[in-house]
Design a protein around this ligand. Structure first.
Ligand SMILES: [Zn+2]
Length: 163
């Protein structure tokens, strides 16, 4: 077990390489193909609709992706984004990719958490997400949205033409 905040540099000890290799994350797969895996964000577990999308190869940042991986990330991120807005009724998707604590390319994305009318949105709200502000968490809503996300992604997959 790698402690929180530990920097992992090699694929051998990389938690996201383990996921890429088939270690199914809590909550199961939202997206899974040869190049990318998408699932509920472990770090943002209490935030309704927050997901994580990673490549299935140990590339440490966006600049190391192959064209095929970059395409797969874009397509999967768009599918997750559409499912997120459909599941939450929101009109925006926030996204970030930092890869400091876990240097294996992953994109974290989700709807802006609900805040009061006078509270700041945008960068200030994303900073609260990054700081894991417990006020923003809602475990029951997160579980409910996760179910709608899975259902929405399954429906979308059935709508796609066969390859
Ligand atoms: Zn890795």
């Amino acid at each position: 077990m790698v402690s929180a905040g530990a920097v992992v540099s090699a694929g051998e000890n990389c938690l996201l390489c383990a996921v890429a290799g088939g270690e199914e994350p809590a909550g199961g797969w939202l997206v899974r193909n040869d190049l990318v895996s998408g699932y509920l964000s472990g770090a943002n577990r209490q935030l309704p609709g927050w997901c994580q999308l990673q490549v299935n190869r140990h590339a440490t940042h966006l600049g190391e992706l192959t064209a095929a991986e970059a395409s797969a990330v874009g397509v999967a991120a768009a599918a997750l984004g559409a499912a997120i807005t459909a599941a939450t009724g929101g009109d925006r998707v926030y996204a970030y990719s930092i890869c400091e604590a876990s240097p294996h390319f992953h994109l974290v994305l989700g709807p802006p958490p609900a805040v009061g009318p006078g509270e700041p949105r945008g960068p200030a709200l994303l900073a609260r997400v990054l700081a894991r502000d417990p006020v923003l968490g809602d475990a029951a809503a997160a579980a409910s949205v996760a179910g709608r996300l899975r259902a929405g992604l399954e429906l979308a997959a059935h709508d796609r033409p066969a390859p």
